[in-house]
Design a protein around this ligand. Structure first.
Ligand code: PXG
Ligand code: PLP
Length: 454
């Protein structure tokens, strides 16, 4: 049977601002209400700086850095040129038993941004792969040191660590887990840190809840430390709806891990590259983990890439045995892809030249004032902020959870502002180049949408 193929969906989109139904059939969209979307598609066709252009030619202010990744804003010329030049010079280089110079250069530049002692990086292609890689490094690390019984992995309720099996196993978002069977064995979770009864409308780090870290002691008592390889947490939980760590919480988690020989992994896929006011949230909070997973902002979202930044001594523990043998049986075809490395180098140059990795700290107070001005609007039950991240939690519409926030998302889109919602929480995370007037426009658009919402 012949399959009808629309010859030029892009042209159709340009001409009509939309796509014929048939042209949308074959694409099974990720994390999307597919049927609803295809009835009223929201199509982006261009991007520059703080703005997207949609298929109807409208400018849309990007209040979420795409998906938390375009930290330097869109289509930055330096990054565009670097990708174009690399594609022409060398499209691909195998990364197993071979390498290209930019991979080493990017590893050096990236680890230079990381906390002291974190001098090694393993390249992957996404945050999800970074998480799988970190979990595997943790288990294998204990094994090469003769502690092969340390295989248990600990995550946290409401955590998001991507969508692969390891990541959803340590993750704590029910809808991402419940469809997929028994997941990875030997995983447990500490409790989440959300405590609106004590912390609602806190600015920055909430005052209460350092003791939630002690939940790790409960799991140590239950499983014994000798069976636990690692704990993985997001320093700021993003996907679940912007949960800021209580004051002292991450320090306490670090202390408990140290006491019991457990590795601490910070999943900085969202918090990395300036989102909280320093290169990494580890630096913002003054807590150094054993591994940092990153992705997204590493290439400004322009080419898929992730990495696991690892303490020197963890890497060194693998460098044993005969030198002709592979030390770590892991890697991806596209690890350290030349286009990604070129994009990464140009991205780090852009961050450095424009001071973007600390810009969120400079704007933090004004951004906090702006988002906290939404307290008191209808349905708003909490506002949270850190760096250039804001979370606005709404009371759900009775009997229709997520509906209110999604309607607000659609309203903002119609008004030309792209926000992000998860459950009934609105998340804001604009590119780090955002101007003050744009912060005002984002918040005023959101305010009007909240007031209009059912
Ligand atoms: N860890 C964390 C902490 C993340 O936030 C991943 C891992 C997975 O990364 P990849 O590149 O495999 O998607 C993420 C990704 C949202 C949203 O709006 C968040 C993410 C991705 C898409 C949407 O909350 N986080
Ligand atoms: N599946 C098959 C059959 C493969 O040959 C490979 C890689 O060679 C993979 C999956 C993994 O692909 P990637 O390295 O891009 O993750």
């Amino acid at each position: 049977m012949d399959k009808a193929v629309d010859p030029a969906p892009m042209q159709a989109a340009r001409d009509t601002g939309s796509l014929p139904q048939a042209a949308m059939d074959a694409y099974w969209m990720p994390f999307t209400a597919n049927r609803q979307f295809k009835k009223a598609p929201r199509l982006l066709v261009g991007a520059e700086g703080m703005y997207y252009r949609d298929a109807a030619g409208r400018q849309v202010l990007d209040a979420v850095s795409g998906l938390w990744c375009v930290n330097a804003g869109h289509a930055r010329p330096r990054i565009v040129k670097a990708i174009q030049a690399q594609a022409a010079e060398m499209d691909f280089a195998p990364s197993f038993q071979m390498a290209h110079p930019k991979a080493f250069e990017l590893a050096q530049r990236l680890t230079a941004l990381a906390p002291a002692g974190m001098n090694q990086v393993f390249f992957v292609n996404s945050g999800s792969e970074a998480v799988e890689t970190a979990l595997k490094i943790a288990i294998a690390y204990h094994r090469v040191r003769g502690e092969g019984a340390r295989t248990r992995l600990i995550g946290r309720e409401r955590g998001y660590h991507g969508v692969n099996f390891g990541g959803i196993s340590v993750g704590g978002i029910v809808s991402n887990r419940k469809h997929f069977g028994t997941l990875l064995a030997g995983v447990d979770h500490i409790r989440h840190t959300h405590d609106p009864a004590r912390n609602a409308f806190a600015r920055g780090l909430p005052a209460h809840g350092a003791e939630f870290a002690d939940d790790l002691e409960r799991l140590v008592a239950l499983h014994d430390a000798s069976t636990i390889a690692a704990v993985i947490v997001e320093p700021v939980a993003g996907s679940t709806g912007v949960l800021i760590p209580p004051q002292g919480y991450l320090q306490r988690l670090r202390e408990i891990c140290d006491r019991h020989g457990i590795l601490l992994v910070f999943d900085e896929v969202i918090t990395g590259f300036g989102r909280t006011g320093r290169a990494f949230a580890a630096q913002t909070f003054g807590v150094t983990p054993d591994m940092i997973t990153c992705a997204k902002g590493l290439t400004n979202g322009a080419v898929p890439m992730g990495g696991v930044i690892v303490r020197q001594q963890i890497h060194d523990a693998f460098m044993n045995g005969p030198e002709h043998l592979i030390e770590f049986f892991h890697g991806y075809t596209y690890s350290a892809h030349p286009l990604a490395c070129a994009a990464g180098l140009a991205t780090l140059d852009t961050y450095a030249e424009e001071g973007l990795l600390t810009r969120a700290a400079e704007l933090e107070d004004e951004f906090a004032d702006a988002v906290h001005s939404l307290a008191g609007e209808p349905h708003v039950i909490d506002v949270r902020n850190i760096g250039l991240v804001g979370g606005i939690e709404l009371a759900p519409l009775a009997g229709q959870p997520t509906r209110r926030a999604f309607d607000i998302f659609l309203d903002c889109w119609q008004q030309g502002v792209l926000i992000r919602t998860t459950g009934d929480i609105v998340a804001l995370s604009p590119p780090l180049i955002v101007e003050r007037a744009q912060i005002d426009r984002i918040v005023q658009t959101l305010r009007a949408a909240i007031r209009r919402a059912a």
